[in-house]
Design a protein around this ligand. Sequence first.
Ligand code: XMP
Length: 326
Amino acid sequence: SWTMANVVDEQVALIREQIGDRRAICGLSGGVDSAVAAALVQRAIGDRLTCVYVDHGLMREGETEQIERDFVAVTGADLRVVDASEQFLTALAGVSDPETKRKIIGREFIRVFEQAALDVIADAKEHGETVDFLVQGTLYPDVVESGGGTGTANIKSHHNVGGLPEDLTFTLVEPLRTLFKDEVREVGRQLGLPDTLVQRQPFPGPGLGIRIIGEVTRERLDVLRQADAIAREELTAASLDTEIWQCPVVLLADVRSVGVQGDGRTYGHPVVLRPVSSEDAMTADWTRLPYDVLAKISTRITNEVAEVNRVVLDVTSKPPGTIEWE
Ligand code: XMP
């Protein structure tokens, strides 16, 4: 639209003014906000922005490729993908407690991102340049919630982890500070980002790590990724994406269920479908999905994912149930 086209031009001018001929770094999470913020800054300063995407191995099917391929194709951004899945899995080995998982994932994320940032800084230094700016996809509601402060930050404070090293302090660039979510999506569209990215539903930072009830292993992630991809595909095919706030698919990895599949009895695992409708994730209701869509998802998952022999539907509102199971 006309207004959002203006927002793009305005922000690009402001970013150029702020950064000048210096360099910036931006962490991409796979979500809308960081992608739009990065695309705006890329438009303003081109290759003096370096984007870093930490692949923790806990993303859903196709999401990493979407950033690696589609985001880069559209924006021309200089992107470094760090494959850290082995490191995350090692750190998560033997851990079942949800909050411990979150802490570990957060901690490893910062370690990997910090190292990547140091590499970017070292490369810039070879050309006599410094990296002074950190781009963040902070939205207006985040600004209000945090009391409106701005200025400098380092990677740790951004992720709410204490104890900061001085060498990684940046001036913040927050081009989305005045915008609401739907405006950010519109800016993303203006910048040519694909609908799959711009319309992406909320997805937790710890990813599928908190959707495996029990220990996180590579095998379990593969099972959940397959089941989740089928659910998402069928919900999209039924044009239900805008009706649903999000639909976690949860693998009950420590629960075994008996089934008959193919030639005989199986002893597999249930997955839970958790479709919710919500305005802001503070409260939610379970979405009354059409039975034929549920049937299709159930049939396909149990046919196509060997380890899963049961699909169950979560019919709990929030409160009392949270949206995620962990
Ligand atoms: P709950 O489960 O608390 O989730 O009803 C509310 C919203 O927050 C998302 N969520 C998270 N997002 N890190 C995140 O970035 C997390 O650890 C986390 N836990 C939950 C959830 O997907 C929902 O949108």
